[in-house]
Design a protein around this ligand. Structure first.
Ligand code: BGC
Ligand code: NOJ
Length: 839
């Protein structure tokens, strides 16, 4: 194996990952923004910004799959002319090294919580702090130029942003139109006491758009450019734009073609002097009747107001301090001290941070997701919110309502919806039969965190149709019913288009490469395709649903309602029992759970199969559901995962890998061995088995599986091999059958984040929110030592110290504020509490 280089390290005190070599094996990115305005930024300042929806409101342009990879972004070009450089204009350089790639004396990129700070030094030091202030529709770029030498430095500074023509999809294809629509406005003279200079991007504003963007700098400029080809030159690249190479801006005014925004500033720095420049990339929406102040002249009032809030270094520093305080508060809700810094930094910082990012973006925009394909996933978003609900419950609440609003009256649902419109996505449609169950998973997590049973009374429509509203509880009920009403010949759930594994397309039957595996069902009439993954998921969610009904019965004000909830609990408990029996009878293969039955009713994931004899998903869900625990099925299944699925980098999805395309199975067999859903380590489902291990009390095994895919452990060993960001989980690591086992792909936007969080916070460290309080039930490796979790929970704050005493599982005693507690639930009461737990 190649030598494993290090490109950076964690700085836990500042909650940062510090990249010290710009040539990372792949762009290592960060996310800026919390609610409406978002940016992606790489360690060399590549990336782009958008408002709410990466497809429909793309503000700056990005070229995917470019050469070099990660081309385009927010660039600052600097050229110096000083006595020590011989009085000539030196070659241009950038604080983030790219695009000029001029060697630097020093380079560093610090990715932090909602900000990135990129510093380069080449004679002078240029440090840029990038962040999106709370509640603002803008990205701040605060550039600090510092002259630490003993001579006067003269500099030419060019900024650069390239506008996207809003719709990121048509921006990449419809050039016969795009090259004629581009429009900008420029404000170079100080206006309304604001000072500085602003370039406005107003393409399509003259017709149906009510929004424009702007790029401002808070200082006087000596020139500008807004036409790309004039600035760059048709035969040049970002690395050597004409204007920068010649050291003079063209003051170009874009009409069509490709509008950009570049400020030109001449700077003189005395010895020891440092200067701040605040650049602001903003977005504005105007009411229809207030769009213009004169024919063709846009109304800039809101832009000016936004600029006025952020046009000095002091104002920016204050906004930055607010952002930091916001993250301090969020990360203080759950905080652990174990003494193992690799565990602590993931639990306290990066795992929670990634959960916020997945909650915000679902699977839409990363350096692997182009932002133009997928909206919010029904199952994805329900899972994401489980990792996020403790941070900002009110946002999780709204998300649950939004998701449920895309359901159909039979409990089925759209697989995805668009964040801008919140409407179900017709292109992909529905028919993924695991989807409905996830609504229970998400909603129950929300209620346990908050105690807000009132959410169940919210009136929620079907398919967003006004007038169709029923209570959210009714949505949960029909979600369960959707499974029960769609059983196959073995009384196991019919799979539909696919279950969690989007690539197990058992009704697709496609020989046509132009058909989408996801949406094609060439044959489904008379299908016998059933899923053991949904069976396990159903039993787990049914248990949750039953306990919710019991709880609602106890909360009911009338006897009748209470009885109705009890009856509903009994009905679903019976359904869960029946499903459990069906799995034991038809879903057990002797050493592990089967994966599915195909269209014809033949086994998938059985020792009888030629390839892919065992799959991870059904092992995870059926062990979590404890199906056949008494008969030894759970233990055998978990042992089989270790024996057949586990490898150095985690557990693979199936084994052995498929070596050929199987018409009856669909996309799963389309991937080469060891990648993605064909025997890749699909990190998302490793935690399912880990939770299975925890429920079974096997702490050593749970921990060793967990540590294998925990970024902080991987970071230490494999930065080069792993390739993608070492501070977050990626969706997939190439499995043991792959060409390069251990290579990571699809970083950031993956359900792995939420599942890693759920696993470690609730099952390993054992702090589990429940309706009436916090359940304490850790499952640890024997080597674990005493640790303390501080947990804010509703209006209470618990300081919980666990003494494992070498036990893997089993709480012997809980003492709450000096008094022994019966059972394992600390009853919720507001205020501060001290808890001691002996295992
Ligand atoms: C990928 C899946 C993904 C699906 C839907 C498939 O090609 O392998 O991971 O969920 O597409 O976009
Ligand atoms: C990615 C999707 O976002 C997720 O919903 C799915 O379960 C996995 N792919 C597995 O196919």
């Amino acid at each position: 194996m190649e030598e494993q280089k290090r490109y950076g390290h964690f700085d836990d005190q500042h909650r940062e990952y510090v990249i010290t070599d710009p040539k990372t094996p792949w762009p290592w990115i960060n996310y800026l923004g919390n609610e409406d305005f978002f940016s992606l930024i790489s360690n060399t300042a590549g990336g782009y910004s958008f408002y709410k929806d990466a497809k429909f409101r793309r503000i700056t342009r990005y070229r995917y799959n470019n050469v070099p990879m990660d081309n385009g972004g927010r660039y600052f070009y600097i050229r110096e002319n000083s006595p020590s450089t011989g009085g000539n204009w030196e070659e241009a350089w950038n604080p983030g090294w790219k695009p000029c790639k001029t060697p630097l004396d020093f380079y560093e990129c610090r990715h932090g919580m909602g900000y990135s700070r990129i510093t380069g030094k080449n004679g002078v030091e240029a440090s840029v702090l990038f962040f999106v202030p709370l509640k603002k529709w803008a990205e701040v770029q605060k550039l600090t130029l510092k002259n630490e030498s003993a001579e006067v430095k003269r500099l030419k500074l060019f900024s650069f942003e390239e506008w996207c023509l809003w719709n990121a999809a048509t921006d990449m294809e419809n050039f016969q139109r795009n090259f004629s629509t581009g429009e900008v406005e420029i404000e170079t003279s100080p206006l309304e006491g604001l000072g500085g200079a602003t370039i406005y991007h107003k393409t399509e504003y003259r017709e149906r758009r009510n929004h424009y963007a702007f790029y401002h700098v808070n200082t006087e400029i000596q020139g500008f450019d807004t036409d790309r080809e004039t600035f760059v030159g048709l035969y040049n690249e970002f690395a050597n734009p004409d204007a920068v190479m010649e050291g003079r801006p063209r003051n170009s005014h874009a009409h069509g073609w490709s509008p950009i925004a570049s400020h030109y500033i001449e700077v003189t720095l005395q010895p020891g002097e440092s200067k701040d420049f605040v650049f602001l990339l903003g977005y504005v929406e105007n009411e229809q009747d207030k769009k213009f102040i004169a024919p063709q002249v846009i109304n800039k009032e809101k832009a000016h107001a936004l600029i006025a809030e952020l046009n000095t270094a002091e104002k920016v520093d204050k906004a930055f301090a607010e952002l930091c305080a916001y993250w301090d508060a969020l990360l203080n809700i759950y905080h652990v001290k174990t003494g193992n810094d690799k565990l602590d930094r993931m639990v306290n910082i990066w795992n929670q941070y990634q959960c916020m990012v997945t909650f915000n973006f679902s699977r839409s925009a990363s350096f692997f997701e182009s932002g133009i394909g997928r909206g919010m996933g029904f199952r994805d978003s329900n899972q994401d919110l489980v990792g996020f609900v403790h941070q900002i419950p009110s946002r999780a609440r709204q998300r649950i309502i939004d998701i449920a609003s895309t359901q159909f009256p039979d409990g089925g649902c759209y697989h995805q919806y668009q964040p801008l419109t919140k409407r179900g996505n017709n292109d992909i449609g529905g028919g993924f039969n695991d989807d409905p169950c996830w609504l229970i998973f998400g909603t129950v997590a929300y209620i346990k965190e908050t105690g807000d049973f009132g959410i169940l009374d919210e009136m929620v429509p079907f398919d967003n149709q006004p007038g169709s509203e029923v209570t959210l509880f009714e949505h949960l009920k029909i979600s369960m019913d959707h499974v029960i009403n769609n059983l196959g010949p073995h009384m196991l759930p019919l799979i539909g288009r696919a279950d969690w594994n989007d690539c197990l397309n058992l009704n697709c039957f496609s020989w046509d490469p132009n058909e989408s595996f996801q949406t094609t069902e060439n044959v489904s009439e008379g299908t016998k395709a059933e899923s053991l993954m949904i069976a396990g998921l159903f039993v787990v969610t049914a248990k949750e649903y039953v306990s919710l009904c019991h709880k609602l019965a106890r909360l009911s004000s009338s006897q009748d309602t209470a009885l109705a909830y009890e009856a509903e609990a009994d009905r679903m408990a019976a359904a869960a029992d029946a499903m459990t029996e069906a799995v034991k009878k038809h879903g057990w293969d002797g050493e592990w759970y089967l994966r599915a039955y195909d269209f014809y009713g033949r086994k998938i994931g059985s020792h009888e199969c030629e390839e892919a004899k065992i799959f991870i998903e059904s092992q995870g869900w059926c062990t979590m559901a404890e199906i056949g625990a008494d008969e030894g099925m759970v233990a055998k299944s978990l042992d089989s995962c270790k024996k057949y699925l586990e490898c150095e980098h985690g557990m693979v999805l199936n084994n052995p890998a498929f070596t050929k395309y199987i018409y009856e199975y669909g996309e799963i067999s389309s991937y080469p061995e060891g990648y993605k859903e064909n025997a890749g380590i699909f990190c998302h489902n490793n935690p399912w088995v880990i939770i299975g291990e925890c429920i079974a009390g096997r702490g050593n095994d749970a921990w060793s599986h967990y540590a294998k895919i925990l970024p902080s452990y991987v970071e230490e060993k494999y930065q080069t091999l792993h390739k993608v960001e070492p501070y977050v989980n990626c969706q997939m690591v190439a499995g043991k059958d792959a060409f390069r086992p251990g290579e990571g792909k699809n970083s950031w936007l993956t359900g792995t984040a939420a599942w890693m969080w759920y696993t470690v916070s609730e099952f390993i460290l054992g702090i589990k929110p429940d309706y009436d309080g916090i359940r304490i039930d850790p499952c640890l490796p024997e080597t674990a030592t005493d640790y303390t979790v501080s947990r804010k929970f509703r209006d209470a704050e618990y300081e919980i110290t666990i003494h494992p005493n070498g036990a893997q599982k089993g709480v012997k005693q809980i003492v709450l504020d000096g008094f022994a507690v019966e059972g394992t639930v600390i009853p919720y009461t507001p205020g501060r509490h001290h808890v001691e737990v002996v295992m």
